[in-house]
Design a protein around this ligand. Structure first.
Ligand SMILES: Nc1ncnc2c1ncn2[C@@H]1O[C@H](COP(=O)(O)OP(=O)(O)OP(=O)(O)O)[C@@H](O)[C@H]1O
Ligand SMILES: [Mg+2]
Length: 477
């Protein structure tokens, strides 16, 4: 196993003291459930104190543990890295990881929606052209970003980092760790409004990502977003070059054509003066706009644009972010299948409207006895919308693409307002929570239907996806 960090380098990077006999670690972990052999286990304090899990981590094969004290049950000669503050030490390891990849090009991504989608697509595109490092998950907060940095191998050629926030001031320190060459702000939308006085404050908080850009860096900004001018002015005042993307005719990366098919789209675009044609395995318009940011980021990071466009055509959205799945109700009979569009990972008003567009574009199949499949939306609460929450939920009932939805199933107190605003014929069922709704949807879905599931992470819509994914088990012979 090649070492990610050897003992001396880790000691120097973290400012911590190495104890016990060990020579290095092959990875970094903060969670014993996903820990791999040889990982450095970092005892962070979150909901629970990571020190309670150190003995378990070492027993599971951790190469060493980064701690502020020797927890009970941990042997005198255990491999430890002793620091006053493990999170601070992890940040320092992250900074050292960034400093050692001198030849790498680094991209940072923030925005109200689409960070992970853009990060994942960019990772897929860049990985076809050189050693690429990015987190498997969202990992965009005060420990996720340092952890992802600390995991970056020395031979990395491209690094992609997602940076998120719930409050102003959270992005600034993280972008300074990442020190990107290219920073993307996917968009500024009225989400997390509960934590901000205004949308302008959200825009200002997103703009913090520009503060970590290197002086020769590029800011990739959404030309279609109402906050473009504010963000561009901020970028210019920091001396970085602005590159814009969108359908706007002034965009430097511009969407020229977007032909939508049931599960894909063909896109023509101009990326800083170069024409590209590419396929996307995602039909909704926002995904084509995201793709422009992906392509120009790859180009600015030194990747080949034509090759990047080809790679993008092979990429598919991940679980919870628009993945299409074909599921058989009868395990044996292929004609019993329905389509599940898994948007369960997260939701805000903009992405909810976008998901309804994806549902409209999807083509229901033929069911039993000549019956045509339906378009079914299963929606959970969109959280963190502050005082305007009720109104924003009710407005979803008025969205243009709602006209194409046959049945709506909803759960949660906020979605009740959405549900009640619908014409009676569209109301499938409402339940207090997703667990309660899952059985209702399960009983209703039929062959040929297209079912789109979406809600905020906290609404636990993944429960419904799981129930529907396992639906065929009931008829397995
Ligand atoms: N540009 C966009 N506009 C609106 N919705 C989008 C956009 N890009 C992606 N989405 C949708 O938003 C949802 C969340 O996507 P994604 O996980 O990529 O966002 P995120 O910014 O990483 O979210 P989080 O803050 O939870 O990390 C998905 O349903 C996705 O399809
Ligand atoms: Mg994310």
């Amino acid at each position: 196993m090649s070492a990610l960090w050897d003992r001396e380098a880790l000691e120097a990077a973290s400012g911590a003291e190495a104890l016990g006999g060990w020579s290095g670690v092959s990875g970094v972990s903060i969670d014993t459930r996903t820990l791999r052999d040889g990982d450095l286990f970092v005892a962070l304090k979150d909901v629970r104190d990571g020190h309670d899990f150190v003995a378990q981590a070492l027993a599971a094969g951790a190469g060493a543990a980064l701690v502020s004290r020797r927890p009970e049950g941990v042997a005198e000669d255990a491999p430890l890295l002793m620091a006053d503050d493990p999170l601070f030490a992890l940040e320092n390891i992250g900074s050292a990881a960034r400093a050692r990849v001198t030849g790498a090009k680094i991209v940072a991504v923030t925005g109200s929606a689409g960070k992970t989608s853009v990060k994942d697509a960019l990772r897929a595109v860049l990985a076809d052209q050189g050693a690429t490092h990015a987190a498997e998950k969202s990992y965009n907060n005060h420990w996720g970003v340092p952890l992802t940095l600390a995991r970056m191998p020395a031979r990395t050629r491209f690094g992609v980092f997602e940076i998120g926030m719930n409050h102003g001031g959270e992005i600034a320190p993280l972008t300074r760790f990442v020190r990107p060459h290219v920073a993307i702000i996917t968009n500024v939308l009225p989400v997390h409004l509960g934590n901000f006085d205004s949308e302008a404050d959200i825009a200002a908080a997103k703009a913090e990502i520009l503060e970590g850009l290197r002086p020769d860096g590029h800011a990739i900004l959404n030309r279609d977003n109402p906050w473009f001018d504010l963000l561009a002015t901020r970028a210019t005042s920091l001396g970085v070059t602005v590159v814009s993307f969108g359908a706007h005719e002034g965009a430097t990366c511009r969407l020229l054509k977007h032909k939508q098919n049931p599960t894909s789209a063909s896109v023509e675009a101009e990326i800083t003066g170069e024409r590209v044609l590419f396929k996307l395995n995602a039909p909704a318009r926002h995904q084509a706009i995201n793709a422009l940011a992906v392509l120009v980021a790859a180009k600015l990071a030194g990747a080949d644009l034509a090759k990047a466009a080809l790679s993008l055509g092979r990429w598919k959205p991940g679980d919870g972010r628009g993945a299409h799945k074909n599921i058989r109700i009868d395990a044996i009979d292929p004609a019993s299948a329905f389509t599940l569009i898994d948007e369960s990972y997260n939701a805000n008003p903009a992405s909810m409207v976008a998901a309804l567009e994806t549902l409209r574009l999807a083509q229901p199949g033929q069911g039993a006895h000549g019956r045509t499949g339906r378009r079914i939306a299963v929606v959970g609460d969109m959280l963190e919308l502050g005082e305007s929450s009720g109104q924003r939920h009710a407005q979803i009932a008025e969205a243009a693409d709602m006209a194409h939805v046959d049945q709506v199933f909803a759960c949660g107190p906020h979605s009740r307002l959405l549900y009640d605003a619908l014409p009676k014929a569209k109301r499938g069922a409402w339940a207090e929570d997703s667990a309660g709704l899952a059985s209702e949807v399960r009983a209703e879905v039929k062959a040929g239907d297209v079912v789109m599931v979406k809600g905020s992470l906290g609404s636990r819509m993944a429960t419904i996806v799981e129930t529907l994914t396992q639906i065929s088990h009931r008829k397995k012979r």
